[in-house]
Design a protein around this ligand. Structure first.
Ligand code: GDP
Ligand code: IMO
Ligand code: MG
Length: 436
């Protein structure tokens, strides 16, 4: 039953896409299980760079079947565009290379309009504006259209569309003074998507995945966003609207909680965050913060926004390792730290006169966190061309050892550049051992 999930252990953009691309080789299935087109996962092989939002990050591996399970909110417009662009680049040519659960929630224009209106006129979370929150709200209030509804007779589909948009349209018009897309226009769009997406329909993903695992098929689960953006365990209310933790995959895919699973925690060698919300180790406006932003090319893969940058936060990472039962770490973007004289790592929080080694749960405490840092000597060498861990400068190895010891789990993968080939691991054996 070889199964593994790659989760983000910070605020997203840790490099999950690159890891999935590496691990998808010799995998049978790759499953996206939460979030939507708010995700932007970058894959780079030689000079070819692709950013996927809804399609799983296994596109460079035509032999791997990519599944989208029901916890995902499907932005039909974005999905159709993404599939078309990928096909134009020569990908997704195999029939049935993508399978989409019939029970996925549809994310439609009114969700995006509502998300954007709230950002502009109500509380600012700094969302991606992709309609994620409103789409999950529709699902929770049992008004959502599901992927399978798209394939009903016209009359039924129109009826369902009407019922599902009534309340959002009312809010858009009367609360936000925004003209919603007409029902007719929305319906016409749905009919176009129906034609384009019919071939990807898939029923009973739960049965399929359970059977696949029993037959010893290799299944790789692709997390989106990051632990600190989790709806229940993140820095609420500055979070996304889905469960971003490894645990979320079980309910999204219809797998029992005792299905054996391993979890690989993807982490950047420093920290970034996009959007509003607390970020205790932020140093965006310092020379070091600018170094991280510029050298790390820290711009959002979905919205193009500048990412906020800061030092590594071991308190938050310990929390992520615990919440995801992670047994292994992948340290990404280590090359970005080259050239800094000193590198800081947050090892505890001070709130008032007390020291904490875990995340505070009250918002008042969250606002008063002062990070306690340990400072490391940096290194000047460019490490983007090293081909083994042994070649890394001693101060770099010292930094990595400290991370691994503090979190009490091994660093099995080190990434020193965006390309698939700029990745260090001791042997294929290490990658094989990541799986259960
Ligand atoms: P994801 O959302 O977790 O898949 O991450 P993103 O794709 O949004 O952001 C990660 C960014 O870092 C992308 O532009 C990657 O190409 C890039 N990247 C990944 N690993 C490395 C690395 O080791 N070094 C550098 N310099 N860039 C990397
Ligand atoms: P990947 O999968 C980084 C952030 C947004 C905002 C908050 C809520 O590429 O790591 P939403 O649109 O989800 O309602 O926005 O969550 N956010 C991400 N930040 N990476 C992501 O995905 C993100 N998806 C959402 O910036 O702060
Ligand atoms: Mg991203």
């Amino acid at each position: 039953m070889p199964s593994l999930t790659v989760i983000g252990s910070q605020w997203g953009d840790e490099g999950k896409g690159k890891l999935i691309d590496i691990l998808a080789k010799q995998t049978d299935y790759v499953v996206r299980y939460q979030g939507g087109a708010n995700a932007g996962h970058t894959l780079k092989v030689k000079e070819k760079k692709i950013i996927v939002h809804l399609v799983p990050s296994s596109v460079f591996h035509p032999e791997v079947t990519a599944l989208i399970s029901q916890g995902v909110v499907l932005d039909l417009e974005s999905l159709c565009q993404e599939i078309q662009t990928l096909k134009e680049h020569g990908f997704l040519n195999r029939k049935k290379q993508i399978l989409i659960s019939d029970s996925c929630t549809l994310l439609l224009d009114h969700h995006k309009q509502l998300d954007q209106a709230r950002e502009q006129k109500a509380s600012k979370i700094g969302t991606t504006g992709k309609g994620i929150g409103p789409a999950y709200e529709s699902r929770a209030s049992r008004k959502a259209l599901l992927f399978r509804d798209l394939f009903e007779e016209d009359k039924q589909l129109l009826d369902k569309l009407k019922k599902s948009t009534e309340e959002s349209h009312f809010l858009l018009k009367n609360l936000y003074q925004i003209k919603p897309l007409s029902l007719e226009e929305s319906f016409e769009k749905l009919k176009t998507y129906r034609k384009l997406l019919r071939e990807y329909r898939f029923q009973n993903m739960s049965l399929f995945l359970n059977t696949a695992l029993k037959k010893n098929k290799k299944v790789l689960f692709e997390g989106a966003q990051g632990t600190l953006l989790d709806l229940y365990h993140g820095t609420y209310p500055y979070v996304t609207s889905s469960s971003t933790l490894a645990g979320g995959l079980f309910s999204s895919c219809g797998l029992g909680p005792l299905i054996p699973m391993k979890s690989l925690a993807a982490m950047k060698a420093y920290t970034t965050r996009v959007g509003e919300g607390p970020f205790w180790t932020e140093c965006t406006n310092t020379p070091e913060g600018k170094h991280l932003q510029e050298k790390g090319e820290e711009f959002g893969a979905t919205t193009g926004r500048k990412r906020r940058c800061g030092w590594l936060d071991l308190v938050a990472l310990k929390y992520a390792v615990r919440l995801n039962s992670s047994s292994s770490l992948a340290v990404m973007k280590l090359d970005v730290l080259s050239g800094l004289d000193e590198i800081k790592v947050c090892i505890a929080y001070k709130i008032g006169f007390q020291i904490f080694e875990d995340l505070p749960s009250s918002m008042k405490d969250v606002e008063n966190v002062k990070p306690i840092y340990k400072t490391f000597k940096g290194w000047s060498e460019d490490i983007s061309s090293v081909s083994s861990k042994k070649e890394l400068p001693p101060s770099c190895l010292n930094y990595l050892n400290f991370i691994s010891q503090s979190l009490n789990i091994p660093i099995d993968i080190i990434s020193v550049g965006p390309s698939r080939f700029k990745t260090l691991y001791d042997s294929q054996n290490v990658l094989d051992k990541l799986w259960l």
